[in-house]
Design a protein around this ligand. Sequence first.
Ligand code: BG6
Length: 514
Amino acid sequence: MSSDAAAAAAGNPLRDAQDRRLPRIAGPSGLVIFGVTGDLSRKKLMPAVYDLANRGLLPPGFSLVGFARRDWEHEDFAQVVYEAVKEHARTPFREEVWQQLAQGMRFVPGVFDDDAAFEVLKTTIHELDKERGTGGNFAFYLSVPPRFFPTVVQQLKKHGLSDAPAGSWRRAVVEKPFGHDLASAQELNEVIHGVFRASEVFRIDHYLGKETVQNILALRFANTMFEPLWNRSYVDHVQITMAEDIGIGGRAGYYDGIGSARDVIQNHLLQLLALTAMEEPSSFDAKALVLEKLKVLNAVRLPSDLGKHTVRGQYTAGWQGGRKVLGYLEEEGIDPKSKTDTFAAIKLEIDNRRWAGVPFYLRTGKRLGRRVTEIAVVFQRAPYSPFDATDTQELGQNALVIRVQPDEGVTIRFGSKVPGTSMEIRDVTMDFAYGESFTESSPEAYERLILDVLLGDANLFPRHQEVERSWEILDPVEAYWDGHGKPEPYTAGTWGPKAADEMLARDGRSWRRP
Ligand code: BG6
């Protein structure tokens, strides 16, 4: 054995470190998208596939198969992908990358219960294996409403598509919504696990694919200076905000009856809470991460008086970005009597030694003041202030704010002496901005997640236990809201209903105005 080989075999740390810095490139494989004509596919999935190819992270024979009820030839499908890429891709368009990718595009027309179409899909996959060397490795992406999950999954099984040929893999990628309550999520999980093994199922929560969300783990567990403060002795409360300025756009069919809490609190915001509050995992692999996330989600408790500690709202007509916008009930496709929430705020407690008594306030809404997602860890005031009360009037609480988007970074807010002859103290901020510290722009969440699926890397995908536990947390809130009146109105372009401010004011706190 050469000395190099011996060092490698012995796990030379320098070598390992270098190897880990190499880009992770997917092996021979292909992706089949069900629901390929949908918005998500056009705006996110197709551009992400191109961006991965453009970054050299896909194998040369990578193949993309679309399945939908359209009378399309392969070329028509490729044209649709081309337009989506031109409009939405993150990286520059390069003809040679496109040509290589386009050669591996196939379209299978059909409805989900059409056996003949699934046989065509099977043949298509075999042919791609021969022509493009995909090696039998295929991921099936279910970008379809959940009512179709059972049919698609059963069809994959019936036509032998879910069974990986020897030496290859088959995986299922499932988009949210993953059910609309605990019972429906359990049913879906049963259906999927009846066909795919747990390790073959990848549930997408695209927030976990965001760089800034993964950075929560880096910030907490790669550093020493935050951990000593990250607990009930120093933290007063945590606010997690996901505010959007957009309305429901063309998504009335999906959104009405679902609402903001089911749409994003059950998944994105509870995942953010889990990453913020969990204990350090023993390693950064899927099993260890799930263990810790689940442990903290299991310790989450709703306050007993949901009338006082939850608020839902619905936007009414207003102004946004200098233009008049419709109220929710006037939007196309919305039942004018709809009680669907477009805003939700919920207080949660975490019953463990680290967090007992520290409230976590979650809020989200459409048509709010501006688009911003952030996690603010707000610290307690100093137990004693030797300064004159008038000098500290403009001193707030210290805070560490993880800016998830759009202005990605981290802010620390603390008090500083105002230059001058008196001891006046005022809040200042110290900022880390991705744009300033790194030259490379962050990949889109879907780029990261699709690559992980092809690599079989499950770290950033919630497991069924987390999904079910999250519904268990939310279900009582939804049941309470169902039985109690309707959402509070708020004017589009504002920061939600007054009741949300009152909810925090009762606790002696207030929402940040990001
Ligand atoms: C989706 C929700 O999961 O996230 C949408 O269904 C929401 O309603 C979207 O608009 C927001 O994603 P992002 O990445 O723009 O914050």
